[in-house]
Design a protein around this ligand. Structure first.
Ligand code: MN
Length: 463
C-alpha cells in the first residue's frame, strides 16, 4: 500500500474530472473454486485498489461529490470470523490508512443508494466483469443484471482510464519490483531449460518464485514447446533437444502491480540456423519498436513498422515476396504475426481491459481495424509520457492457419507457400518487455533478462 496521501490525491483528481454525482465502486468478493468455502486466491478489483488501496473482500466505496463525502462500506469481523481468520484491524483503522474517516455497515449501502435513486441523483459505476457484482448492482440499483453493463458510466470509465493510464513514480517503482522477481524467475527457468525435464517443472519453479516474491502470478503462465498456440497453458510436454521453449509469464507485487515478460529459449543451448533466422527477425522487430517509442507516436504506427520488418526479413528468407508496403497493407504478415504488438500494463496485466479495450487503447481519431491480425491490436492510439506498455512481437507457424490460407490462396502474391512448408513444424517465438514512455522517449523497465542470441544461448547452456 502507498501512503494515504497517494489515495487522497487520486480521489481528488477523480472528483475534479467528474464534477458531480455519486461514484460507486464495488470491491471484489471471494470466488468459489469447487464449493463455497474453498475459494480462488482473492484478487481485489484494480480500480478499487487504485482509489482505495484496501485488498480484502466485502467492501464497497462511495464518493458523493456534491456533498463532499467519501465512505467505505464493509463489516467488521465477528467473533466467529476471528476464530477462523485470526484478529484483524478494524475497518475504521484500515480506512484511516487511505484517508477515509467515514465507514458504514455494508447493509447500509442499499438504503443509501435506493434513496439516491428516488431523488433522481446520478450514480456512476464501472462495468462489472464478475457475475456476482452484476447481481449486486441489480439488487442495489434495481437494474436487471443482464442490462447492468449498459448502464455503466462512460464518464467514469473515461476518467478512470485517464488517471490510471499515467503511471506515477511510485507505481513505476512497484512495476519494477514485480520485474525484479520476474528476472529471478527467468534466470531460474533458463538455467533449468534442458532436454529431459517437463514444462511443468519450470512452470512450478517460476510460480514458486513469484509467491516467494510476495505476490502471485499476474496470469497463468505460458511455458510451452508449442509457442505457436498463443495462449497455451498445457505444461505436460517433455523438453527435447532442438525444441524452442516459449515462456510468457509475470508476477504481481503484494500491492497488485504486474509484470509481463516473454522469452524464447533454445532447449539444449543452441538455436538451429532456421531458428536463429526467425529469432533475429523477432528481435529486430522488438528493438526497432522500442527505439520508436516516444510521446505522440501512435502505437499502431509502431506495430505496422514491426510488420514491415517481418516482411523484409521474410523476403530475404524466401518466405514472402512482392512489395513490402503492399504486403503489410494487405495483412499478409498476419499469417505469421496474428496478434498485436502490445498492451497497457499496470494494476492489471492487460491494464483496465475490464473498462473496454477500445476505451483504453483507441481514441476518437484511432478506430479499430477489422483486418485479421491488426484487429487484435489492443493499443493503437498515440502514446503519452507515463504510459507503461508491453512490446511483444512474435512469429508463429500455425499449421491450421497456413493450411486455411493456402487452400484459399490468401495473399498468394506475397507468400511463398512452398517455402513456408519447410517451417511447418517450427513452432513459435515471442520476445516481450515492459516499457515506460518517458518525456522524450522510452525506458525498458526492470533488470535486463537475456534476449540477445549469445546471452540466451549462454543462459540456456548452463542448464
Ligand atoms: Mn503481454
Amino acid at each position: 500500500m502507498f501512503d494515504k496521501k497517494v489515495y487522497q490525491a487520486r480521489r481528488e483528481k477523480l472528483c475534479k474530472k467528474m464534477r458531480s454525482g455519486l461514484l460507486l465502486f464495488l470491491g471484489n468478493n471471494e470466488s468459489p473454486m469447487n464449493y463455497p468455502a474453498n475459494t480462488y486466491h482473492f484478487r481485489q478489483d484494480s480500480s478499487f485498489l487504485y482509489f482505495f488501496g484496501l485488498s480484502f473482500p466485502g467492501l464497497a466505496a462511495m464518493i458523493d461529490i456534491d456533498e463532499d463525502r467519501q465512505t467505505i462500506f464493509g463489516n467488521d469481523l465477528d467473533l466467529d470470523d476471528i476464530i477462523w481468520m485470526g484478529p484483524q484491524p478494524s475497518l475504521k483503522s484500515r480506512c484511516a490508512k487511505i484517508g477515509i474517516n467515514e465507514t458504514q455497515p455494508l447493509a447500509k449501502l442499499e438504503e443509501i443508494l435506493k434513496n439516491a435513486v428516488r431523488l433522481g441523483r446520478k450514480i456512476h459505476f464501472l462495468p462489472p466483469y464478475r457475475p456476482e457484482n452484476a447481481m449486486q448492482l441489480e439488487k442495489l440499483l434495481g437494474i436487471q443484471h443482464g442490462a447492468v453493463k449498459s448502464y455503466a458510466s462512460p464518464d467514469l470509465v473515461r476518467a478512470v482510464i485517464a488517471l490510471r493510464s499515467l503511471k506515477s513514480r511510485e507505481e513505476i517503482a512497484e512495476i519494477e519490483r514485480a520485474l525484479s522477481t520476474t528476472a529471478a524467475m527467468y534466470r531460474e527457468a533458463m538455467a533449468m531449460t534442458r532436454p529431459g525435464i517437463f514444462e511443468r517443472d519450470i512452470a512450478g519453479k517460476m510460480e514458486g518464485l513469484a509467491l516467494a516474491g510476495g505476490g502471485q502470478m499476474a496470469f497463468p503462465a505460458i511455458v510451452t514447446v508449442h509457442g505457436e498456440t498463443l495462449h497455451n497453458h498445457y505444461h505436460g510436454n517433455l523438453l527435447k533437444k532442438g525444441d524452442l521453449l516459449l515462456i510468457d509469464s509475470g508476477c504481481e507485487t503484494g500491492s497488485g502491480y504486474a509484470s509481463d515478460i516473454t522469452r524464447t529459449i533454445p532447449v539444449g543451448g543452441k538455436f538451429s540456423s532456421q531458428q536463429k533466422a526467425i529469432y533475429e527477425t523477432v528481435l529486430d522487430m522488438q528493438l526497432t519498436a522500442i527505439a520508436m517509442i516516444k510521446p505522440g507516436v501512435s502505437y499502431r504506427a509502431i506495430h505496422l513498422k514491426t510488420c514491415d520488418i517481418l516482411v523484409r526479413h521474410f523476403k530475404e528468407l524466401g518466405l514472402m515476396k512482392g512489395d513490402v508496403g503492399a504486403a503489410v497493407a494487405a495483412g499478409a504478415h498476419a499469417l505469421f504475426f496474428p496478434h498485436g504488438l502490445g498492451h497497457m500494463m499496470g494494476l492489471d496485466v492487460h491494464d483496465m481491459e475490464d473498462l473496454g479495450e477500445n476505451n483504453v487503447g483507441y481514441d476518437e481519431k484511432t478506430k479499430r481495424s477489422e483486418q485479421f491480425g491488426l484487429a487484435s491490436l489492443r493499443l493503437a492510439k498515440p502514446l503519452s509520457p507515463g504510459y507503461v506498455l508491453t512490446v511483444e512481437p512474435g512469429i508463429y507457424f500455425i499449421p491450421a492457419l497456413i493450411d486455411q490460407w493456402q487452400a484459399g490462396k490468401k495473399a498468394a502474391s506475397f507468400i511463398d507457400y512452398a517455402a513456408v512448408e519447410k517451417f511447418r513444424k517450427f513452432g513459435g517465438m515471442r520476445i516481450e518487455d515492459n516499457v515506460l514512455v518517458t518525456a522524450r522517449g522510452a525506458r525498458v523497465l526492470g533488470k535486463a533478462i537475456p534476449k540477445k542470441i549469445v546471452d540466451l544461448e549462454k543462459a540456456a547452456e548452463r542448464g
